[in-house]
Write a protein that binds this ligand. Sequence first.
Ligand SMILES: [Mg+2]
Length: 249
Amino acid sequence: MPITPTYKCVLLDIEGTTTPISFVHDRLFSYVKNNLLQEQIQLLREQAMKDVNNNLSDVILVPEVQQQGKKTNEEEIKKAIIQNIQWQMKINRKIGAFKSFQGFMWESGYESGELKGEIFDDVLDALKKWKESGIKIYIYSSGSISAQKSLFKNSDKGDLTEYIDGYFDTSIGSKIEKSSYVNIAKEIQLEPRDILFLSDNVKEIISAKSVCYQAAIIERKNNMPLSDDDRKNNIIFTDFLQIFSYLFL
Ligand SMILES: [Mg+2]
């Protein structure tokens, strides 16, 4: 006997939930690393010079191709760019040159078909089941909305954007702030209790629950390990299809 869902909408995290953490961290990043474009490199180079002039500490400079009459080895430039990008990722920079570099690389990778958004096998079946039951599907991720759309449009399971009713990124608020979940509920015009939020991040789950969302932790291979308390206090699924036989109260 199928269980009637008590929620009208699902809100899905991406990294560690619909998609392996390694995809964002390794695959997207190595794509950026291996497909360096001159225009984007120049922006990074100029930004690094500005950072030095503004006395920012630990700036990683990107060498010029021709420097003091001597040609810089391409490998050296690549190495500097990788370090520069890693540094910017580490300090979670929102600066234009970095975001534009990252966005451009991913976009062109998806367009050429060389890059496919990795989605766990159970996710597509779950999206279909939710759609059949009239449940709305939203995404909430710290990646930009355009990056989210690209990932689902160019996924290894095909174009999944037809299943998705809307996207939220951190412009609605941080994923660990309660107010973000209040804002999302307002935005999609549902009561928080009618929304089921799924994420691998316990802090996000706690924030969503504190404003009366239904919520469950998704535990995937290579995610951050959960503590005993996390296990005691939360519903945990390792596969989206388990959600359909769980009775939410
Ligand atoms: Mg996540």
